[in-house]
Design a protein around this ligand. Structure first.
Ligand code: HDE
Length: 683
């Protein structure tokens, strides 16, 4: 990649020559000394006239912009969307017309509750927002990794967000929902219960952004060239398969590497291992909507894939890291109102509220109405209008015409185009002006139950453990019991497990449902992570712990087996200088043992020399490396000399997740790792 082409987020990077490298002020004046302020005498006062100092400090003082009020911590990546199946019969959107055509994209993943500097493995929803730079304007699909939301009406969003974020008096807790305010709000808002099942499940602690799904959440419209409309829900399906961590692991990753998710994305793309997602659509019509058990405008409900299959129409490939985090990841401004001809909104009250909020918040965050001039936000197709001036205006049209209609000639004089211009779907609307929640939004428990019964036993245990952990952080007993009273309407088994975990012996009365739940919805396999895992270890990472003198043949066999699998191998050693193997070859270290705990790997292998065996068994970080891998149900391979360490770490119960490794069976170990975790250990 040349310097000139790297600036994907904006202008090409400037070519630098020797002469160009002279440091200048923002005004372009060459700087002779950037180390010392201008003073009256070597020990005298700094002079006000020092314009070089003043300009430098002034700019530094203003470096920060307000962080996003939610989704503050995020990570952006460039990519492209390739259309695999054209859908002109459904949508006139230009991006959906020509098979094989690639549309540039920018995707930002995020956590919701934490500040910009918080940690990656918070138990939280993940944002999954993609800007498609289509030939007919930017289309933003601003989704999450969970297909439903906490609330039904945008009016409640400030309350929801206030309740989950740090309390206003004490300024904590940071980046977590395990506290009274959040569960107080939830327990008084039964519509949120379905979403909390997802949030307490392992969906909220993904292993990597690469291993999670994305959802547009709301029902949108697709409108074809004849003006015919279908409803649609958008899905992102990771080609890498789904994978999450376990909660104890998440807690430890946050200490070991708070940047775990962003580092993972950066490393994968840097290594050329480009993550991909298929874009799927669930398309349905009014007849389906009228017969569906729930309201399609209610964002606390999903449509099971068994009822409306997901049709794959294209693939997103993320293939380039940003050049400048601030210019691209920070300044990108997603707006749900950015839609293109062929896609339209519905009357989902959450979506309609969002359409106001995103534009509004960008104004504050980016300082004025010209944020569309920032390269990452600007369309990549031609654009012309009579908008002008304002803070930091970068596109300043020439000539005298700045109004319409006008009678000036054609040149630089944009006109409306009814042929290709955006037209809202002409839906008939009428009704009494009032503040009321539709009766059709009143069922709060049925899909929560459906989600629960769709999970494997292990996943159900994790959900119960998630509630137990979070509610145990609530100091107020009435709040804990109120949540329990809702869970009793979801599933007895779940309510019992949580009650037991909390030590509640006297169950509360179940909450009074606004509408009797439907208890016979069938399970949906698509809702489980473990039923949708990968079929290889590709894209995952083996932590290979080596000592000096480790048998070279085993090391080479493991390296080859995992490379063949498409996986990464990170070398962990007692010293950062690396190790010398039995045949005199060397391996550089990726991590020293205390900086590379097993929580940052997907599987581990221990290849030690006899000489190192006794000493390493007594080493605390080495014991943690093994005991954590064991406790988190990871596959562990070892050579004989590692047995004392296994024993010291309490991992000497030789179950099916443990394998003594030799040059002959390294490939078998890599294949075993395809299951990702040995869940039987937890059962
Ligand atoms: Fe957002 N949301 N949101 N949200 N949201 C923002 O916009 C809002 C909702 C989502 O990487 C804000 O630019 C309201 C659902 C993502 O830059 C803000 C409501 C979904 C991102 C805002 C919702 C999302 C945001 C803050 C209730 C999934 C990060 C900064 C009606 C479908 C985008 C910003 C990025 C960000 C408002 C609910 C996804 C304040 C009012 C539902 C991925 O405008």
């Amino acid at each position: 990649m040349t310097d000139e082409t790297r600036g994907k987020g904006g202008e090409p990077r400037q070519q630098t020559t020797d002469r160009d490298r002279t440091m200048t002020t923002a005004q372009g004046g060459p700087i002779s000394d950037d180390q010392n302020s201008l003073t009256a005498g070597p020990r005298g006062p700094v002079l006000m006239e020092d314009h070089v100092f003043r300009e430098k400090m002034f700019h530094f003082d203003h470096e920060r912009i307000p962080e996003r009020v939610v989704h503050a911590r995020g990570y952006g990546v460039h990519g492209h969307f390739e259309l695999k199946e054209a859908i002109p019969e459904l949508s006139a959107a230009d991006i959906f017309q020509r098979v094989g055509e690639k549309t540039p994209t920018f995707t930002r993943f995020s956590t919701v509750a934490g500040n910009k500097g918080s940690f990656d493995l918070a138990r939280d929803v993940r944002g999954f927002a993609t800007k498609f730079y289509t030939k007919e304007g930017n289309w933003d699909l601003v989704g999450n990794n969970i297909p439903v939301f906490f609330i039904q009406d945008a009016m409640k969003f400030p309350d929801l967000v206030h309740s989950v974020k740090a309390a206003p008096d004490r300024g904590f807790p940071q980046a977590q929902s395990a506290h009274d305010n959040f569960w107080d709000f939830i327990s008084l808002s039964p519509e949120a219960i379905h979403m909390t099942l997802w949030q307490m499940s392992d969906r909220a602690i993904p292993r990597s952004f690469r291993f999670m799904e994305g959802f547009g959440v709301h029902t949108f419209r697709l409108v074809n060239a004849e003006g015919k409309s279908h409803y649609v829900k958008f899905h992102w399906k990771p080609k890498q398969g789904l994978q999450s961590v376990v909660w104890n692991e998440a807690l430890k990753i946050n200490g070991a590497d708070p940047d775990f998710h962003r580092r993972d994305m950066w490393d994968a793309i840097d290594a050329g291992d480009f993550p991909q997602w298929d874009l799927g659509i669930q398309v349905f019509d009014d007849e389906f909507a009228d017969n569906f058990e729930f309201d399609i405008l209610d964002a606390t409900k999903l449509i099971p894939e068994e009822q409306v299959p997901v049709r794959i129409i294209g693939t997103l490939t993320l293939d380039a890291n940003v050049d400048n985090f601030f210019a691209e990841t920070e300044q990108v401004a997603f707006c749900t109102q950015n839609i293109v001809r062929g896609i339209d909104h519905t009357n989902d009250p959450l979506l309609q509220g969002r359409n106001f909020s995103y534009l509004d918040t960008q104004l504050k965050r980016l300082g004025g109405p010209n944020f569309t001039h920032i390269p990452i936000n600007a369309p990549k197709c031609p654009f012309h209008n009579f908008q002008q001036d304002g803070h930091m205006a970068m596109h300043n049209p020439k000539g005298r015409v700045n109004y319409e209609p006008n009678s000036w000639g054609e040149d630089g004089n944009p006109r409306e185009n009814p042929e290709i211009g955006f037209k809202s779907y002409p839906e008939e609307v009428s009704g009494t002006k009032q503040r009321v929640r539709s009766e059709t939004f009143a069922d709060h428990y049925s899909q929560a139950r459906q989600f629960y019964i769709s999970q494997t036993k292990i996943e159900q245990q994790h959900i119960a453990a998630g509630y137990t952990f979070e509610l145990s952080k609530c100091q107020e007993e009435p709040i804990r019991l109120r949540v329990l009273s809702h869970l009793m309407n979801v599933h007895d088994d779940l309510a019992k497990q949580v009650a037991e975990g909390l030590g509640v012996t006297q169950m509360p009365e179940p909450a009074t449902p606004a509408r009797e739940p439907i208890t016979d919805l069938p399970p949906s396999d698509a809702l489980s992570i473990l039923k949708n895992g990968p079929d290889s270890f590709a894209g995952r990472k083996l932590g290979l712990y080596l000592t000096d003198g480790a048998e070279a043949a085993v090391v080479e066999a493991l390296e080859k087996a995992f490379a063949d699998e498409g996986a990464m191998v990170a070398i962990v050693t007692p010293h950062i200088q690396g190790v010398t193997l039995s045949d005199g070859s060397t391996r550089a270290a990726d991590e020293k043992i205390d900086g590379g705990p097993s929580v940052v790997f997907d599987a581990v292998a221990l290849v030690f020399s006899d000489d190192a065996s006794g000493k390493i068994a007594k080493n605390k970080p080495s014991q943690d490396f093994v005991s954590d891998a064991y406790a988190h149900n990871k596959f562990i391979a070892w050579t004989k000399a590692a047995e004392p360490l296994l024993k010291a770490a309490g991992a000497d119960d030789m179950d099916g997740g443990m394998m003594e490794v030799s040059p002959d069976n390294a490939t078998d170990f890599a294949k075993t790792c395809r299951k990702l975790r040995f869940w039987e250990r937890e059962e």
